[in-house]
Design a protein around this ligand. Structure first.
Ligand SMILES: *Cc1c(COP(=O)(O)O)cnc(C)c1O
Length: 418
């Protein structure tokens, strides 16, 4: 690309940034308030250098680990928390939370439609032999979303039965073209469910949602919530892990699944991960703000070029994911490849669509990340099928997202029309 063409893109970006300035201001205000909440939690527990030392072996009396749990519990306005590098992924974390609180004969009822892909095998089928929830005799049902992507309140009311032990809510859209659920909407779901069955346990899959708003689901009556440390709350520094927050009894039950009954969260050597998990949490509100700014910029830019985006640039956000609908397969692939070209890591490889296990269509992914699969870092995924939607998320700095989007645009053969 010529210098002149790049300058043309920069001027376009300037105009887009002028348009979205009020949105950036809102994002920065949320980030500041969340930053304070995190700092105050550190201060309340007198976090000091000695907390960052790792532990080995059983990890008994690891004060850094204990205080980390207390800090997370405060930040997420919940009674207890379990924050560990021993959770291998978001799916593993969610699985521990669900297996912790469900027993044979109980029912799990998801009220936000089909859950995230990787949870389908956790839920499983009766007799599948994998030790899935269904294999253990936990039954599962889900209430599909309405055509508009909302919770079908009447159907939820009707679906809750004496067997229903846990209500499942997924905050983020995941990789679906539907709105994500804001904290206000989750609060409304809590009220609805409690009005039918007060004692039911409400679980939220909080992946991608942390720090995008000023409150978290556990602040509005949710009993149990889980997420991944290589997404928002790890702040780009946590190398692996997950967290579970919620009522003390429910978090303890989940801890028995992570380690063993009777042992729970009292063991678990941190193996030198503690400092990065603390520091990542400290950085998370700011980094989430940077990623959100990037999403808003991308949405506004592509809307201006006539593309459909979800959420729209001026919509209220409650997760990091930005979906952009392209007109054809070539533009979609070109966009994803362009994101990779702007990465600091692995920019020399060109992503191609491939048949990923568990997916029915080829998928293309751009992920030039420091942490493998880390999706608080700029990344983009797209199943190669109509309606040709790219899902973009993350970005440790706003500049990186902006450069990624402009680089993608420069390769898309639409630039001459600007
Ligand atoms: C990422 C994600 C998961 C699963 O996390 P992995 O780390 O990929 O296992 C579950 N639910 C939602 C909504 C997610 O975004």
């Amino acid at each position: 690309m010529t210098h002149e063409a790049w300058e043309r893109l920069e001027r376009l970006a300037d105009e887009v940034e002028a348009t979205v300035a009020p949105q950036f201001h809102k994002i920065d205000r949320i980030a500041e308030r969340n930053q304070w909440r995190v700092i105050r939690a550190f201060q309340k527990h007198n976090v000091s250098d000695y907390h960052f030392a790792g532990s080995t072996g059983y990890g008994y009396n690891d004060r850094g680990r204990e205080v980390l749990d207390l800090v997370y519990a405060d930040v997420f306005q919940s009674e207890s928390a379990l924050v560990r590098p021993h959770f291998a992924s978001g799916t593993h974390t969610i699985s521990c939370a669900l297996f912790g609180v469900l027993r044979p004969g109980d029912e799990l009822l998801y009220i936000t439609g089909k859950p995230y892909d990787t949870l389908h095998k956790v839920i499983g089928k009766p007799g599948d032999g994998t030790g899935s929830l269904a294999d253990w005799g936990v039954s599962y049902r889900e209430v599909p979303l309405t055509a508009g992507g909302g919770v079908d309140e009447e159907a939820v009311r009707a679906a809750i039965s004496p067997k229903t032990k846990v209500i499942g809510i997924q905050r983020s859209r995941g990789y679906d073209w539907r709105p994500s659920f804001t904290i206000d909407e989750i609060a409304r779901m809590v009220q609805l469910v409690r009005s039918v069955k007060p004692e039911v346990l409400i679980f939220v899959d909080n992946c991608y949602g942390e720090f995008t708003e000023e409150r978290e689901p556990t602040a509005v009556g949710v009993d149990l919530m889980a997420g991944s440390l290589i997404k928002n709350p790890g702040g780009g520094l946590a190398a692996t892990g997950g967290y579970i927050c919620g009522n003390t009894a429910a978090v303890e039950a989940a801890s028995y699944r992570l380690t063993a009954p009777g042992i729970g969260g009292e063991v678990g050597a941190m193996l030198g991960t503690t400092r990065s998990i603390y520091q990542g949490l400290f950085l998370a509100p700011h980094l989430v703000g940077q990623a959100l700014r990037g999403s808003v910029f991308a949405a506004a830019l592509f809307e201006r070029l006539g593309y459909e985006t979800s959420p729209a640039w001026d919509a209220k956000r409650t997760d990091l994911i930005q979906a952009i609908r392209f007109r054809d397969k070539e533009l979609l692939i070109s966009f994803v490849q362009g994101i990779q070209r702007a990465a600091a890591v692995d920019a020399h490889v060109t992503p191609e669509p491939w048949d990923m296990p568990g997916y029915t269509h080829p998928v293309i992914m751009a992920a030039g990340t420091f942490m493998q699969g880390g999706s608080l870092e700029l990344s983009a995924d797209a199943p190669i099928r109509e309606p040709y939607i790219a899902y973009m998320q993350g970005g440790l700095t706003y500049s990186h997202v902006k450069l990624g989007v402009l680089t993608a645009l420069s390769g898309m053969q639409i630039i001459n029309k600007l």
